[in-house]
Design a binder for this molecule. Structure first.
Ligand SMILES: Nc1ncnc2c1ncn2[C@@H]1O[C@H](COP(=O)(O)OP(=O)(O)OP(=O)(O)O)[C@@H](O)[C@H]1O
Ligand SMILES: [Mg+2]
Length: 883
């Protein structure tokens, strides 16, 4: 292995000895691992100290934000001159009985001097942070102004005076106070320079404008602007989104007062931002929770793949139904409870406020200070946000409240209906329920039953009956030697189960947003093992073989070997821990003053080279690991390389998590790396500030890896994305990867030792798992039996592809989901044939593109896959920088 100039690091406090000659002495810079850095307190203090510096940056950030906004505002608006194609009389459209020239609309000015603005309105008050009663439009005519609600009903009229009106201006019309949100652009799909929407000062309208808001001064309460449609200017076609009318039987049952049936339409400011699949999702949720799909069922499962904006779909539904309903316009919802993992509570708050605007909604976020029992005091706060943990703690108080809708985010955590949180949530008196999950339902019918029974209790009868009627015949039919009749019965029950449930489960795959996102390059990088890693690895395996554990089937010993092997792959330093069972055995490997260096782990060398490259490109990187100890080690190395990082693991209080995420995503705070614990923070986070993500180690469960890898490629991402999965060649990591690719779901068979679950693998299988392959460049490629030359071509699917594992397990429960498509994210063995195969000698220009050119000597093989190239114009226009 080539020795790079990579610095070494030393764990000086342990008195570890080094007896091996091949171990590198420090070359240039010594890294000293501060022992204290391994404790949670010191990690927090590290974070705090970084945070201290960030305060300063944060201030600068604010200034910059303001100035960049100002800059946007100052940009000129492009309006087609009169006589251009759009302004020709034949191209004018009629709005409210008047001919409108679309070109003129670009500046919020209609032909004939009519302006139209989106506004919020409410009773007159002098409050700084007032609550608005509704949305509407303001028509500014030559001599008058007219305030209308979203249905077009006139709410007030006043004479027009000559004062400028622009975003944020407030004025009084009759008894109503009005605040201007922005100018209306009524032409569907019309391209508008986003910055222009901020600069819509017109030379018109003089109304009674309060002194403090005159001269275009932005009203102080207008702190969070309503989010613009995604994209720097492509306005979504504003085809109204009106919910379906309730069928006759529904009216018969639920409209007992014979109220007029009214239209339930999503407010235009939300319609503008919804993607097509999100429009469909909102209607689906509406039909489910109002009982329109089945009159005695009010639950839904929205199982869209990660990053498709399940949050926004719920927000659009909630906002609509807090305002409206199909019978006499009476709102369907008064109070809504959203339960989420603790790391996402503040993300929900942020999403609510940024999509709706602070002026429209106030939320009750349960935290250390605000307790559910105080909820009654806050009459205006219709939505309560709470973590699962807090829900368990305060369930008694919550039970005394009445909620009309319960939303459970990352709801797959309710897959076991006997855990406390599931039991308590089931007891909550609320029949309308939405369960959100981006992680595919795994191949376990009992879990499926739990989720379904949670949202629509009793629909699959009791667990026992479900077990007998569905589970047993379905599982029996999957057995390799199942008879024809058993197979037929299994298929029949599968399709019965599917039709019993598919109408309230909706899942769309990432394909639906591909065209809105930049390209994604995924790669699996096989990294060399250092000679120290190899030596330790062999020692750990021989410990296992010699201990007669085979005879005793000692689970603890098996698991400790698995853990040790995984740690050795990450870095040999990690197995030096007296508490490790095999430490005693490995101790002979070390002598005093052992100098660990980056060089002792192939993966770490590749990672550091990649980080240096990303840093030179000013790209941020998310680095994910499953081990706190690995995160500690990486943190130490990053500090000493002077890479500025932030970190999110289980020890970070939930109240701080969103702040860390926002700081990282901000352009103005120079965190370069986000160190993420896959277990603590894999779900739900949006880390679009980074364009590269490295999965430093992997899990048995592919769903967990997918969760972590989906954090950066999502709406809001503006750069091309690179996702790297680092594996140590020929090691247990490759085998774990292969297990993930095969259809055998091992997640239930092997879990971490702390969960004390037994291993269900035979000794033969374990032996295979532990065997080290030192003479291969890629075990996985060998297993594919692919005869390609490794020149970077994608070989394409072979006539008969290789499947590792149990071929009978192929009938996935996801088949039960409506709109089933094979999970686009889940990589199966045969799909690797569609990826590029790169063997030695690696193509240098490919490596350069991937930011890996410094790592040629440390990479033995690569698989690479690019998402379909998108229209770069679309990408650019949908970049969030302009939101
Ligand atoms: N229509 C949209 N336009 C622009 N950005 C959007 C849109 N919908 C969602 N987003 C953004 O996309 C990101 C991902 O959305 P969200 O967190 O709701 O995904 P999700 O489906 O809940 O994914 P996960 O399963 O990972 O939790 C968020 O930053 C959100 O603000
Ligand atoms: Mg989510």
């Amino acid at each position: 292995m080539r020795r790079s100039a990579a610095p070494s690091f030393k764990f000086s406090g342990l008195g570890v000895s080094n007896s091996k000659s091949d171990v590198q002495k420090p070359k240039d810079k010594d890294f000293t691992f501060p022992k204290a850095a391994r404790s949670t307190a010191s990690i927090l203090s590290l974070l705090n100290s970084d945070g201290g510096e960030e305060e300063e940056n944060g201030t600068r950030n604010n200034t910059n934000t303001t100035s960049s906004l100002e800059h946007c505002r100052r940009q000129s608006v492009v309006i087609d001159p009169p006589g251009t194609k759009e302004n020709k009389p034949e191209n004018r459209r009629v709005i409210d009985g008047k001919k409108i020239s679309p070109g003129a609309v670009c500046d919020g000015v209609f032909a004939h001097h009519i302006q139209l603005f989106n506004v919020v309105w409410g009773k007159q008050s002098t409050k700084k942070h007032k609550t608005w009663e509704g949305d509407g439009t303001l028509e500014v005519h030559e001599k008058s102004v007219v305030l209308k609600d979203t249905e077009g009903k006139v709410l007030g009229q006043a004479n027009r005076k000559s004062a400028p009106l622009e975003e944020g201006s407030r004025l009084f019309i009759g008894s109503k106070e009005v605040e201007i949100i922005d100018a209306v652009t009524p032409t569907p799909g019309e391209v508008l320079n986003q910055s222009s929407s901020s600069k819509r000062t017109a030379e018109t309208a003089a109304l009674h404008v309060p002194q403090s808001f005159k001269k275009g001064k932005v009203a102080p309460s207008f702190q969070i602007p309503v989010r613009r449609p995604p994209g720097s200017g492509v306005l979504q076609p504003q085809v109204p989104l009106v919910m379906p009318q309730p069928p006759n039987e529904h009216q018969w049952k639920f409209n007992t007062a014979c109220l007029p049936v009214t239209n339930v339409a999503v407010d235009p400011f939300l319609v503008r931002v919804l993607r097509p699949h999100q429009r469909e999702g909102v209607v689906f949720l509406y039909e489910c929770i109002t009982g329109m799909r089945k009159m005695d069922c009010f639950g839904a499962i929205l199982a869209d793949e990660m990053g498709l904006g399940k949050t926004l779909q719920c927000i659009a539904l909630v906002w609509t139904l807090l305002k409206k309903g199909p019978y006499g316009g009476i709102p369907v919802l008064k109070r809504v409870l959203v339960v989420t993992p603790s790391s996402l509570v503040l993300n929900w708050e942020k999403e609510f406020l940024s999509w709706l605007g602070r002026e429209r909604i106030s939320l009750f976020v349960v935290d250390q200070k605000k307790k559910p029992r105080d909820y009654g005091k806050y009459k205006k706060e219709s939505v309560m946000l709470i973590s699962y943990e807090m829900f368990v703690r305060y369930h008694e108080d919550i039970n005394t409240l009445q909620f009309d809708l319960l939303i459970c985010d990352e709801g797959h955590r309710l897959k076991n209906n006997s855990i406390k949180v599931s039991i308590l949530l089931t007891k909550l008196r609320c029949r309308r329920k939405i369960l959100l999950t981006g992680t595919p339902i795994q191949n376990d019918l009992q879990e499926f039953f739990s989720l379904v029974d949670f949202v629509n209790p009793g629909i699959l009868s009791t667990l026992q009956e479900f077990h007998q009627y569905y589970e047993e015949p379905i599982l029996a039919s999957r057995q390799p030697r199942a008879s024809k009749s058993v197979k037929e019965l299994g298929e029949k029950r599968t399709s019965e189960l599917s039709s019993a449930t598919c109408w309230f489960i909706l899942r769309r795959t990432q394909d639906v947003i591909n065209k809105f996102l930049p390209t994604k390059e995924e790669s699996v990088i096989f990294c060399v093992m250092s000679s120290l890693q190899e030596e330790l690895y062999k020692t750990a395996v021989s410990y296992w073989t010699n201990r007669e554990v085979l005879a005793h089937s000692d689970n603890v010993a098996h698991l400790s070997v698995i853990t040790a092997l995984k740690k050795i792959c990450n870095h040999p330093f990690l197995v030096w821990d007296k508490s490790e069972m095999i430490a005693e055995y490995l101790e002979q490997m070390y002598t005093n003053d052992y100098n660990f260096s980056i060089e002792h782990s192939g993966k770490l060398i590749v990672l550091m080279n990649l980080l240096r490259y990303a840093s030179s490109q000013k790209e941020k990187v998310v680095v994910v690991s499953y081990y706190t100890q690995t995160l500690d080690m990486l943190a130490s190395v990053f500090s000493q390389e002077q890479f500025k990082y932030c970190r999110l693991d289980g020890s970070v209080p939930s109240g701080q998590r969103q702040k860390i995420v926002e700081q990282f995503n901000s352009n103005y705070i120079d965190y370069f790396i986000f160190l993420l614990s896959a277990r603590a923070g894999g779900v739900g986070l949006n880390l679009t500030g980074a364009s590269r993500l490295v999965l430093y180690d992997c899990d048995w469960n592919p769903a967990t890896d997918l969760q972590a890898m989906s954090r950066i490629w999502r709406d809001g991402q503006k750069r091309a994305v690179h996702i790297y999965r680092l594996l140590t060649t020929g090691s247990i990591e490759e085998k774990m990867f292969q297990r993930q690719l095969s259809k055998t779901d091992l997640s239930g068979a092997i879990v971490d030792s702390h969960k004390k679950t037994s291993i269900k693998l035979s000794n033969e299988e374990l032996k295979d798992l532990f065997t080290i392959h030192t003479d291969v460049s890629c075990l996985t490629h060998d297993l594919l039996r692919c005869d390609c030359s490794g020149s970077g071509e994608a070989p394409g699917p072979p006539e008969e592809y290789v499947e590792i594992g149990d071929p009978c397990a192929s009938q996935d429960t996801t088949l039960l989901l409506k709109n089933y498509k094979p999970d686009s994210q889940k990589l199966h063995m045969n799909e690797l044939f569609k990826w590029e195969h790169h063997g030695k000698p690696l193509n240098i220009s490919v490596l350069q593109n991937m930011g890996l050119s410094d790592s040629t000597d440390y990479i033995t093989y690569m698989f690479r896959n690019m998402s379909v190239e998108n229209d770069s114009a679309v990408n650019k226009l949908n970049s969030p920088s302009s939101l």
